[in-house]
Design a protein around this ligand. Structure first.
Ligand code: FAD
Length: 406
């Protein structure tokens, strides 16, 4: 096993770290207070080429690998989880599914613009009555000549009010269940498509989160992403990608909590000494560091499998579950280390605490990830597809053939 980063990965990490420190950190508090999307920061991220990082060169991208992508995501989240959400949605929930399932025309039409930041994307799966139970889609898509007509509502959609294109999952034939679902690339200026921000929220205040409404939205058949009936498959692929970036973001939250706690613990005095010299404070720091390092390696393991092109639903679920919950523990400890000041919005611990809370809710709640992991372990449902070797070590040993490639 090789734990070294290659030159390109190191370079991308440095690039993201510098950007996060110079451009995101200085405005994170103000953006959180204003609770408004920062268009100026968005343009800077776009100009730097962050949104095109994983795209192949033919679409204007830089083809960075998943390890570099994870490190970039971590760095952005270390500074600001709201900005990380924007970044993850654009790349993992919109660009990657288009890259995987799009026709050549769809790729040429959308990927260069998403990569340059000329347009913003969002991913609409969740509905008022279909969250964890994503198969219970009520949004309908009815065939009408060369078009489908979409009707329904989506909720909790990141980037929903600022997006130019929405990847929408809809049901074309209820009697077919999952197999009746289709994915569509819907341009948000299509008549009948409207969005409304969900406000106020507990955290991620400068990230746009919206409800989407579709009232007889006509979408040309050429805008279907994937084949008819592949909507659920497309959605699950999106979640595999999105969960990975949420896990990487959670590592960034942990690192951010460690950074602020280290500084505070070595400045704040009590009983005539630095609080960092008390062993009970050291215990909290040690727990944060151990969680952060363990989580980072889980994310990099998923990244490694993704780089190899093998299915990684199980490993990504483990990374997402562990990192999200470890980020909660880290934010809780950061507030504790800051004492009463941890309860004040004038100090950063409160923001990490609020922003970190969503990590175990979106892209599969912790309960859903526990279901995926336990059902895989018990042989009830193999997360990586029928016949996939069970443990990651089996998979990486090369002794067992990989039945499914994603
Ligand atoms: C800030 C934010 C941004 C989001 N962005 C997006 C986005 O861009 N696109 C998108 O499509 N969605 C998005 N979501 C939606 C998110 O993915 C859902 O909220 C999530 O999947 C949970 O669904 P729900 O809210 O309907 O909760 P429910 O599914 O109703 O769950 C409620 C509770 O019941 C538990 N539960 C449900 N089923 C089971 C079960 N089988 N076993 C055990 N426990 C269970 C859950 O774990 C949870 O604790 C976002 C959410 C938030 C908060």
């Amino acid at each position: 096993m090789n734990f070294d980063l290659n030159e390109e990965q190191r370079e991308v990490w440095r690039w993201a770290k510098e950007f996060a420190d110079k451009e995101i950190m200085p405005r994170v508090e103000e953006n959180d207070k204003k609770a408004a999307f920062d268009w100026d920061l968005y343009r800077k991220i776009a100009e730097q080429g962050f949104f095109s990082a994983i795209l192949p060169e033919q679409y204007g991208g830089q083809s960075v690998d998943f390890i570099a992508y994870a490190l970039m995501t971590e760095e952005i989240a270390r500074a600001c989880s709201a900005t990380r959400t924007l970044f993850s949605v654009q790349i993992s929930l919109v660009e990657m599914p288009i890259l995987r399932y799009g026709t050549e025309e769809q790729k040429a039409k959308y990927l260069p613009k998403l990569g340059s930041g000329e347009i913003i994307g969002c991913f609409g799966l969740t509905e008022p009555n279909a969250g964890s139970d994503a198969g219970n889609q009520q949004t309908t898509a009815t065939e009408d000549g060369d078009h489908f007509v979409l009707n329904g509502q989506k909720t909790w959609i990141s980037n929903g009010s600022i997006a130019n294109v929405a990847l929408i999952i809809a049901q074309t034939d209820k009697s077919k269940g999952h197999r009746g679902m289709c994915a569509f690339l819907v341009e948000t200026d299509t008549p009948g498509f409207t969005a409304r921000p969900i406000e106020p929220k507990l955290g991620l205040k400068s990230s746009d989160t919206s409800e989407l409404f579709m009232d007889n939205v006509r979408v040309h058949k050429s805008q279907m992403l994937g084949k008819p009936g592949e909507g659920f498959k497309v959605a699950m692929y999106c979640l595999d990608q999105g969960r990975f970036s949420v896990a990487a973001g959670a590592v960034g939250v942990m690192q951010g909590c460690i950074d602020i706690s280290r500084k505070y613990a070595m400045e704040r005095q009590a009983f005539g000494q630095k609080i960092g010299e008390f062993q009970m404070v050291q215990q909290m720091i040690a727990d944060m560091v151990a969680d952060c390092e363990a989580g980072r390696f889980l994310v990099l393991r998923s990244a490694h499998l993704k780089n190899k092109g093998v299915r990684n639903t199980r490993e990504t679920s483990i990374a997402k579950l562990f990192c999200a919950e470890a980020a909660h523990r880290a934010a809780h400890n950061a507030v504790q280390i800051f004492g009463g000041y941890g309860f004040s919005e004038e100090y950063p611990a409160a923001r990490y605490f609020r922003d970190g809370r969503v990590l175990s809710l979106y892209e599969g709640t912790s309960q859903i990830h526990r279901l995926i992991i336990a059902q895989d372990e018990l042989g009830i449902r193999n997360a990586n597809g029928p016949g996939a070797p069970t443990t990651t070590f089996d998979r990486l040993s090369g002794l067992y053939p990989e039945p499914t490639m994603v």
